[in-house]
Design a binder for this molecule. Structure first.
Ligand SMILES: [Zn+2]
Length: 298
């Protein structure tokens, strides 16, 4: 039986916010069974909390923002992606401000903090959303869909008319090992012309070559270059995995993406939730092997 999990003890990630450029601090805190994942704004009176549900996603430009009440939490993707890969079910994520620290633009700071703190299994079984019928969203130009699959698999294709990107494809079974090895270190990326436009609107103030891969019309501007030649598509897989958390339960299925970003992922997740005939709630039996994090990340 796969049981629900939370973090063993509190763990911190400190950094700056991508848009505000201000220092910010995040603390992962253990939560009881059947809680789910909540962000808590401890800087605000009454410490309001917000769930990570698809209907609370209010913005998907560049990164995913949760809001809908009197406050918001933005740039949640890389943090949530890590939780999906590590199969964390219950967690309070306390924040000092409206943004998650951007770190180096990848999921690595979150992965490291959680793995260092350790995970604990709880008493209740985890319930998965097991896709039983395909669900499709999109057009011929870009789309996202899920198919039945015994596991979590992502097939992602991107196409950018840029000499250093072009067409890239990644097909990967997601588990904590493959995530740590193949996905977690892939950084977010952006084009210099867009960065300049964002800055003029007061956004991306914290953005720099330390927390994103930046490209001009021909080249990569980061002195250290890329971590993989296809770092771009790996990051898209990272982002999509984070968006899947807004389903409210771990997905068992095969996610196929073509030129799909946060907005399309949000629409697909909403469509899944609106199609209860297309998935079943299941608990996995005891015959499946237990997964362990020991020695998989260093
Ligand atoms: Zn991202």
């Amino acid at each position: 039986m796969f049981l629900q999990r939370t973090i063993r003890k509190r763990a911190e990630v400190i950094g700056i916010g991508l848009h505000t450029g201000e220092p910010t601090r995040l603390t992962f805190c253990p939560a009881p069974e059947n809680t789910g994942i909540y962000f808590v704004r401890r800087d605000l009176p009454g410490r309001p909390a917000i769930s990570t549900r698809a209907d609370l996603v209010t913005a998907t430009t560049m990164a995913t923002t949760l809001g809908g009440c009197e406050f918001s939490v933005s740039t949640v993707d890389h943090c949530l992606s890590t939780l999906a890969a590590l199969r964390l079910d219950n967690l309070f994520i306390e924040l000092d401000g409206p943004e998650i620290p951007i770190g180096d633009g990848s999921a690595e700071p979150f992965l490291k903090a959680i793995v260092d703190a350790g995970l604990v299994e709880q008493e209740q079984p985890r319930r998965y959303a097991y896709i039983s019928q395909p669900i499709y969203y999109g057009t011929d130009e870009k789309y996202a869909y899920v198919l039945p699959y015994n596991g979590l698999r992502i097939t992602c294709t991107i196409e950018f008319p840029h000499p250093r990107i072009g067409r890239q494809n990644l097909d990967i079974d997601i588990n904590e090992h493959s995530f740590a090895r193949e996905v977690a270190r892939a950084r977010t990326f952006g084009f210099l012309r867009d960065v300049e436009a964002l800055r003029s609107r007061g956004l991306a103030r914290g953005g720099s070559l330390d927390n994103a891969v930046v490209l001009d019309s021909q080249e990569i501007l980061n002195p250290g270059g890329l971590r993989w030649a296809d770092e771009f598509v790996r990051h898209k897989v990272l982002d999509a995995l984070g968006d899947l958390v807004t389903l409210g339960m771990p997905l068992m299925g095969h996610l196929v993406l073509y030129k799909a970003g946060h907005d399309m992922m949000n629409r697909l997740v909403r469509k899944i939730l609106e199609s209860p005939d297309s998935y079943r709630h299941i608990e996995l039996g005891a015959e499946l092997p237990e997964v362990s994090l020991d020695g998989t990340y260093s």
